[in-house]
Design a protein around this ligand. Sequence first.
Ligand code: PXP
Length: 243
Amino acid sequence: MTTPVRLGVNLDHVATLRNARGVDYPDPIRAARLVMEAGADGITLHLREDRRHIRDADLEQARALAIPLNMEMAATAEMVRIACALRPHACCLVPERRAEVTTEGGLDVAGQRAALGPVVTALRDAGIRVSLFVDPDPAQLDAAAGLGAPVVELHTGAYANGRAGELARLVEGARHAAGLGLEVHAGHGLTYENVGPMMALPALRELNIGHALVAEAVFCGLVESVRRMRAVMDAGQRRGGAG
Ligand code: PXP
């Protein structure tokens, strides 16, 4: 029997909705409990430098729940300090620009080895599983393995935007990463419609999905939106990613 690919649910946009009114609802922690009930394997929260959605208190409350917590963060001294104190199950390092609407590209691990190396080491020393969010580029994957990161998350944004050749690039990237001994995750811009072919990525262990799930929850509720994604992923895995 094949092991199901894990589903991590990114809850940033529950906090976006809350912060739009400066009130205390909808509560990302209530959402965290519901997505786990619906079959998610963990949650992801991105603590941005400008705190535009997730806040420090959200992370602390999420950490208190007995569920796998993936903290998405930029490789800054402030974030490393917070992560090492919080000790989430995992940290995913992402590039971050203040003006961007969402994480637009992968980390330039090859170009930033000197800056990223100590961050990976500090997080690993704190017992945190570190992943690097990268484009499916062999040079970036080689650099990630060279820094001792155990996991890479492949950026699926270009695929989700329909760019020609991206599925093949992701398949090759996943194969390359697995060959380096890296655990393969993927995410960004995934929806019910485009997630199926992701199940063909060699050695894929986890998908991280947020915006589409929170958006669909407006119509059918969070439990149903996550259950449906779980079912689409499972069906895709049974078909080996075809169609
Ligand atoms: N993985 C990473 C590293 C991300 O930055 C994001 C977006 O915050 C996601 C996954 C989820 O992307 P989306 O919200 O488009 O599903």
